[in-house]
Design a protein around this ligand. Structure first.
Ligand SMILES: *[C@@H]1O[C@H](CO)[C@@H](O)[C@H](O)[C@H]1NC(C)=O
Ligand SMILES: *[C@@H]1O[C@H](CO)[C@@H](O)[C@H](O)[C@H]1NC(C)=O
Ligand SMILES: *[C@@H]1O[C@H](CO)[C@@H](O)[C@H](O)[C@H]1NC(C)=O
Ligand SMILES: *[C@@H]1O[C@H](CO)[C@@H](O)[C@H](O)[C@H]1NC(C)=O
Ligand SMILES: *[C@@H]1O[C@H](CO)[C@@H](O)[C@H](O)[C@H]1NC(C)=O
Ligand SMILES: *[C@@H]1O[C@H](CO)[C@@H](O)[C@H](O)[C@H]1NC(C)=O
Length: 303
């Protein structure tokens, strides 16, 4: 008898429960923008926001309504400006977007050189609210290779002697020299690199402790790269690997910056916050336009 009464009551209240709980839920589900954090995209060397047309289509298709900002700054040749200057410029545009997003936070998707600019932002913004940082084929531990970009920019140099130009005060006014990492002139790199060496705390900056704390506000780090990239050299730099003095690759966990946790990389890894994708068959200029890469390595992080 008691049980019957409960069932009766349930039957009577069920429609009410349906209205109170299910209808807002359905409305929320029907609102396609609900729940997707804004995405901020930072482009790479010699390109501009115009290069991300395909990426915008893929995001629109999989997560319609997501607010995506491809920051239109330091386009084309201006992308050669020194990286700290670019960090300042991008910060001015990105900070209000972060503030609008509030406690939900934003995602950063940064391509090639843009991935180093994003690290500069993450390390120097004490109140950033970046949930996931997707580093798309970025030379995170620097670059040491002969590429078309290099031949075009510095026709009188090759990788073995570019240190003579890059590791000077004048050289450091070029973004590419800011992350030029010649494994045969490591001391000189540490002494003269104005950007990557301090960012990695290979040369200690007075703000290094704060920078590490800021970087660790990040919830998730996604590193994407692959052996057929053709520009990032060694390609493992996109996974925080690099050459030793004999040009043997040391993977991330064998790097001093990881082992000494100089800027938080090891802490992030111990948190389980780092995911790496190694994708063969993708040329450097194709990473943001390849739909398979988007579907398999990017989409699921854009929550
Ligand atoms: C997203 O896709 C819809 C449907 O195809 C289209 O109408 C809309 O213009 C697209 N929006 C953007 C920003 O590309
Ligand atoms: C997208 O984000 C920008 C920056 O926060 C904001 O100004 C704009 O109003 C947003 N657009 C929509 C459609 O929500
Ligand atoms: C470094 O720290 C000083 C003093 O706290 C501060 O004024 C300056 O803005 C910081 N610089 C960077 C790049 O974080
Ligand atoms: C780097 O700087 C240190 C300290 O100023 C100096 O002793 C050393 O000789 C420099 N190394 C190179 C290769 O310039
Ligand atoms: C690089 O090679 C030289 C000569 O074979 C060797 O003495 C040195 O230990 C090697 N360095 C590293 C870091 O393996
Ligand atoms: C796209 O990426 C896949 C790997 O995910 C690769 O096999 C394919 O060659 C790529 N296509 C282009 C056009 O880059």
């Amino acid at each position: 008898m008691g049980q019957q009464k409960v069932l009766l009551n349930m039957a009577r209240f069920y429609p009410l429960a349906l209205h109170i709980i299910l209808i807002p839920l359905l409305l929320w589900l029907a609102d396609p923008t609900a729940g997707y954090k804004p995405i901020i995209v930072v482009h790479g060397l010699f390109d501009s926001s115009a290069n991300f047309k395909h990426l915008l289509e893929y995001i629109n298709k999989s997560h319609p309504g997501t607010n995506v900002t491809v920051v239109d700054l330091f386009d084309h040749r201006q992308s050669l400006e020194p990286l700290w200057k670019q960090v300042e410029g991008f910060r001015k545009v990105i900070y209000p977007i972060m503030q609008n997003a509030g406690s939900d936070g934003v995602h950063l998707l940064c391509y090639s050189q843009g991935g180093l600019i994003c690290r500069g932002l993450l390390q120097t913004m004490p109140d950033h609210n970046v949930d996931t940082f997707i580093s798309l084929s970025s030379p995170q531990l620097g670059q040491y290779g002969d590429t078309d970009y290099l031949r075009y920019l510095f026709p009188f140099y090759v990788k073995s002697n570019l240190f003579r130009l890059c590791y000077t005060h004048y050289g450091q006014t070029y973004s590419i020299c800011n992350f030029w990492n010649d494994p045969h002139h490591h001391d000189l790199y540490i002494n003269t690199s104005d950007y990557l060496a301090p960012l990695n705390s290979e040369r200690l900056d007075p703000n290094a402790t704060d920078w590490k704390k800021n970087f660790l506000r990040l919830r998730k780090l996604v590193l994407i790269g692959g052996p057929d990239d053709g520009v990032i050299t060694p390609w493992q730099s996109s996974h925080f690997g690099f050459y030793d003095e004999n040009e043997t690759i040391l993977e991330m966990k064998a790097q001093m910056v990881y082992q000494k946790d100089t800027f938080g990389l090891q802490t992030l890894d111990f948190r389980g916050a780092i995911t790496m994708y190694c994708v063969p068959g993708v040329l450097h200029t194709m990473w943001h336009s390849n739909e398979t890469v988007f579907n398999e390595c990017i989409e699921k992080w854009l929550t």
